[in-house]
Unconditional design. Structure first.
Length: 119
């Protein structure tokens, strides 16, 4: 049986994106940040998939074919924290009024959702 070990995200500014995602998820570099092209971020507490950042120029597709859903007990607090780290809120006219998620984008425009699991 296989399992997801790492989710790979293409980025332009490896250092900036690593800083954002480490702060957003409380992840740490698996092997340090010495590499200019690739870094594997792992959960500080060891549970969950890695997030690998690959410095490869790629076209941003909207809507994205894949995105992360981040679960939060206090969605409003987490959205505020992530925006303070550099995320931006994405407004989508098809989002239902009772949606349990807020769409954000990281500093390079990669979208992710913050899902309210505290409802």
């Amino acid at each position: 049986m296989v399992r997801i070990g790492s989710i790979v995200l293409r980025v332009d500014d490896l250092r900036r994106q690593a800083e954002f995602w480490m702060a957003a998820l409380d992840y740490v570099p698996r092997d340090g940040l010495e590499d200019d092209d690739f870094v594997v971020l792992r959960p500080r507490q060891g549970a969950g998939p890695n997030l690998s950042l690959d410095r490869v120029r790629s076209e941003l597709h909207l809507p994205p074919r894949i995105h992360l859903d981040l679960y939060a007990e206090n969605q409003a607090e987490e959205v505020e924290r992530l925006v303070a780290l550099g995320a931006t809120e994405v407004h989508w006219d098809r989002r239902p009024p009772d949606a349990d998620y807020v769409i954000l984008a990281d500093p390079e425009g990669n979208r992710f959702c913050v899902v309210d699991v505290g409802r």
